[in-house]
Design a protein around this ligand. Structure first.
Ligand SMILES: O=P(O)(O)OP(=O)(O)OP(=O)(O)OC[C@H]1O[C@@H](n2cnc3c(O)ncnc32)[C@H](O)[C@@H]1O
Ligand SMILES: [Mg+2]
Length: 203
């Protein structure tokens, strides 16, 4: 049996401003008061698992235990078929530099690997998101979502975040970076996982 969220406040266990913006927008219709990990001065826990679900659980349980409130995390990434699913769980790691994250560099690295492999077009990929809703007593619920598409080059658009400028969702000819945020919220991997969260835990 899925446990229902019946609290007033939900902590979003993320330090990514792009995700926080999207999750707050997706939760808006439910009248939940949302705070972020930063609002509670939480550190970023180390993401030591090799699955989206494993890392989502680390982040949500850490925030729930630290605050005494239910917490929602998202672990996500892009899986490129011609790269055997890479960068996948390591999407954020591919962008890591001494001076913080550099996504244009990570996207260029991804495209260069595809060029070196002479990967056929379309260069299919999917964004995946696993949401974890965790309670301070250790209970949790997991919800998975994805969106299929292909990669394009050069980067296009300055909406969104991360790998959005090179991802074209199936059925569109614009990248997530060029898409109106409200439209991305209709079709994204996070929206897909959210629909399951809402049906399971908010309905
Ligand atoms: O762990 P938190 O604090 O939530 O934030 P993060 O940015 O480190 O998030 P992840 O560990 O889940 O890493 C996933 C990366 O995948 C990329 N990503 C996930 N969803 C995306 C989206 O909707 N659009 C573009 N890139 C996305 C983005 O670059 C993220 O940094
Ligand atoms: Mg992270």
């Amino acid at each position: 049996m899925t446990r229902k969220f019946d609290g007033k406040e939900l902590v979003i266990a993320s330090h990514n401003k792009g995700k926080l913006r999207e999750i707050a927008a997706l939760l808006k219709p439910f009248g939940v008061s949302v705070t972020s990990a930063a609002d509670h001065d939480l550190e970023e826990p180390e993401e030591t698992e090799d699955t989206f679900a494993g890392n989502a659980r680390i982040k949500a349980h850490f925030a729930a235990k630290s605050t005494g409130l239910p917490a929602l995390s998202d672990d996500s990434g892009i899986m490129v078929d011609a790269l055997d699913g890479a960068p996948g769980v390591y999407t954020a790691d591919w962008a890591e530099t001494e001076n913080g994250r550099d996504f244009p560099m990570a996207m260029e690295k991804t495209w260069t690997l595809l060029e070196e492999k002479n990967a056929p077009l379309p260069r299919t990929a999917r964004f995946c998101s696993t949401l974890c809703l965790a309670w301070p007593d250790g209970h949790d619920e997991l919800f998975e979502g994805k969106v299929e598409g292909s990669l394009t080059w050069p980067m296009r658009g300055d909406q969104g975040f991360g790998y959005d400028p090179i991802f074209v969702p199936n059925g569109y000819d614009i990248t997530f970076g060029e898409m109106d945020p409200a439209e991305k919220h209709e079709i994204s991997h996070r929206a897909d996982a959210f629909a399951k969260l809402v049906a399971g835990s908010f309905a």
